[in-house]
Design a binder for this molecule. Structure first.
Ligand code: B12
Ligand code: SF4
Length: 440
């Protein structure tokens, strides 16, 4: 059996001291990044473990995993054993630090140095890594460690914490499948993992039971596009509803449109939908295959049913002036979303957008490819001007008082539901609810 150490980018790189608006943020935290320009006390936070490495560990249990270590911890781990292989999980933004980590591993005498995650599809990596894994890594790793193929992928239980203004509760992470091939031009996924790999339903039950036990506020379904394989999503929703587990999914608006009422009855708490732009031309340009009217209808449907409407939205299309961007952001702010991730149009390497925009890319430093830095020559706004627009936009769209009011309303609703359930259910039965059984 081979001795393997898997790790991520170190803490020193994961904490960005100068995020949008000049505030620090932690890249492993979903909402921290979304609401970075907002005062720290008013920021949402949802921590997320490195789910890819958790999958690898649960399917190849004999590997050692060092999650988000400090540099010193990483160097100490390199020296602590004679490793056959060190594997580094990195994104495009963390490529420079991953290369430094690979060098340190080589200096420590490690022969095999693997790179995985989205960074592995980046440029000029062959000199630093002995193998680059595109897409899911369980099979290749199992083969390397045990010398035989993996029979079936197991889904581990993975917890994070959701907090707002000092109150926090656990959340669980779930995937019904990995990969997507819809082909939006800006997205790295069709390059990184075009094969939509379903997880066997039975493999998710243990995780769901653990989430029930932990009384999670929500199960967050981080499939790149939940409901893309509808039959599979239906079964997952049934399994969640059977356990009274509230859930939030990442999906395309067209996949849930007209269904929010029915999904609410099956424990849906909300959805993160790709809004991306309020201009049909932009949506068509990036081949999102939906239109603005329909996406807005879906957002309104979520709000009508009191669900958390969450979104992703891109600014910085080539024909937009700063005024155009501000106009769109004001409309977005009026929509009443719970929260929204605002990003800059970013041509990641090997995507269709990269092919269209390569001649405009003026940024050599890969650490800037984090969706929050302009990496190409925009004809109408400068790099610093667009960061200011982004900071202003984050504050407009992720307005703390609206988030607070929504959280309060949800707490009341859930307490009412819990009381009603307690009255109707046998003693001891309770329903989960964010911030209800909260740990401060
Ligand atoms: C959920 C998600 C997040 C979550 C959690 C990610 C996580 N699991 O740690 C949060 C919100 C924290 C997040 C943060 C960020 N994200 Co994100 N995120 C996603 C999303 C939606 C799904 C990723 C996912 O969960 N995949 C499933 C998990 C189980 O698999 P996995 O991590 O890929 O791991 C598997 C393989 O990659 C491989 N593998 C992974 N590591 C290794 C290591 C070795 C050695 C081997 C052999 C194999 C291997 O095996 C694993 C198991 O199969 C994608 C894709 C999308 N459609 O939008 C974007 C995406 C990955 N994110 C992206 C970006 C830019 C970011 C941020 C930089 C944003 C920011 N500025 O904060 C940060 C960076 C976070 C970090 N740790 O560096 C980009 C990456 C583009 C790129 N080319 O780098 C994507 C593609 C979005 C996009 N459309 O542009 N993200
Ligand atoms: S943006 Fe979403 S739907 Fe489009 S290709 Fe990426 S994962 Fe698929």
């Amino acid at each position: 059996m081979k001795k393997v150490l898997l790790t991520t980018a170190p803490k020193e790189a994961l904490i960005e001291p100068n995020g949008v608006g000049g505030n620090w943020y932690d890249r492993t935290d979903t909402y921290m990044a979304w609401t970075c320009a907002v005062d720290l006390d008013d920021r949402l936070s949802v921590t997320c473990p490195p789910t890819g490495l958790r999958f690898l560990k649960s399917n190849v249990p004999d590997v050692e995993v060092l999650e988000y270590p400090t540099w010193a911890e990483y160097l100490a781990a390199l020296r602590s054993e004679k490793w056959d292989m060190v594997g580094i999980s990195f994104y495009t933004w963390s490529t420079p630090v991953a290369i430094e980590m690979a060098k340190a591993a080589r200096e420590a005498g490690v022969k095999d140095i693997w790179g995985g995650n989205y960074g592995a599809i980046g440029p000029d990596l062959d000199a630093h890594f002995t193998r680059l894994i595109k897409g899911p890594g369980e099979n290749a790793l199992h083969q390397y460690v045990y010398g035989k193929p993996l029979k079936r992928i197991h889904h581990p239980a993975m917890l994070g914490y959701s907090s707002f203004r000092g109150v926090s509760s656990p959340v669980g992470y779930l995937y019904s499948k990995r990969g997507c091939n819809v082909g939006c031009t800006f997205c790295s996924t069709p390059v990184f993992n075009a094969k939509e790999d379903a997880i066997f339903l039975e493999e998710t039950y243990e995780a769901l039971d653990a989430y029930k036990e932990a009384r999670v506020a929500h199960v967050i379904i981080y499939d790149e596009s939940f409901f893309l394989q509808n039959h599979l999503a239906e079964k997952i929703v049934d399994a969640l509803a059977e356990r009274s587990l509230p859930w939030i999914c990442l999906t395309r608006a067209d996949l849930i449109r007209g269904r929010i009422g029915e999904l609410t009855d099956r424990c849906m708490d909300g959805a993160i939908v790709g809004i991306e732009s309020y201009r049909d031309k932009h949506i068509a340009d990036v081949r999102k295959r939906d239109d603005v009217y329909n996406v807005r209808q879906t957002v309104r449907e979520l709000i009508k049913y009191d669900r958390r409407a969450l979104g992703t939205f891109m600014i910085g299309f080539a024909d937009d002036t700063a005024e155009d961007m501000a106009y769109d952001i004001n409309q977005l702010a009026d929509e009443g979303l719970f929260a929204c991730q605002l990003t800059l149009l970013t041509p990641f390497h090997r995507t269709k957008l990269w092919k269209q925009m390569e001649h405009l890319v003026d940024e050599d430093d890969l650490s800037k490819f984090d969706l929050y830095n302009l990496v190409w020559k925009h004809p109408k706004v400068s790099k610093s001007e667009i960061r200011d627009v982004l900071a202003w936009a984050q504050r407009q769209v992720n307005e703390p008082s609206r988030i607070a009011a929504k959280v309060k309303q949800e707490m009341k609703q859930k307490l009412r539901k819990e009381m009603a359930q307690r009255r109707g259910l046998p003693p001891g039965a309770t329903a989960g609810g964010e911030f209800a059984g909260a740990r401060a």
